[in-house]
Design a protein around this ligand. Sequence first.
Ligand SMILES: *Cc1c(COP(=O)(O)O)cnc(C)c1O
Length: 227
Amino acid sequence: MEQLPGTLAERLEAVRQGVRDAAASASRSEAEVKTIVVTKFQPASLVAELHSLGVRDVGENRHQEAQEKAHELRDLDLLWHFVGQLQSKKARQVRAYTHAVHSVDRLSLVDALDAFDEPLDCFVQLNLTDDPARGGVASAGLEALVEHVLEARGLRLLGVMAVAPLGEEPRSAFARLRAASERVRRLDPAAWAISAGMSHDYPAAIAEGATHLRIGTAITGNRPQAG
Ligand SMILES: *Cc1c(COP(=O)(O)O)cnc(C)c1O
């Protein structure tokens, strides 16, 4: 894998500039677009360095790793976003340190995440491929899942999330996500957020209305382990 150039601060600034440029081309305000830095496989020290550079929203995709880092960095005002596939039996533990779960993809996970606490922010993840092994609910199941989240007192639905499939133009994939977002807004006008856009496709996601970008390697550099 090629090594990304520059320091962490330089890569962060380059992505911030890329977000400003993409928002300007889409005639959107950059204030509508939040960047979550995905720090999976990266050490807690790198997350602390990101915090010193002004980052507050960070994303992780594995519970144990996320829990350890959130504990180690508990004195920093970080917001942890869970973006990976989540086992129902880990749901309660994830709730304890997480600000938002982006990967709600089935009815049983809604039940497992629901609690009598402060509502937890969440997104329903849509599968944009035809492969059921990929994360996310199939398009046909979207409304039923959304309605179940809306019934859960312990969850607050922000909107939809997806990963662009390999081998498809990201812009057309994100256009399908935007159409799904409109279906969700018919059920709950407040659930208008769209979590989409990674290192290689975030300009296309911004063009299709993304409000939450999940960017890893373009900022952190290559991950220490494959994953
Ligand atoms: C790893 C990951 C990202 C970030 O991917 P990069 O290509 O490193 O930007 C975003 N979303 C999810 C769900 C991920 O697992």
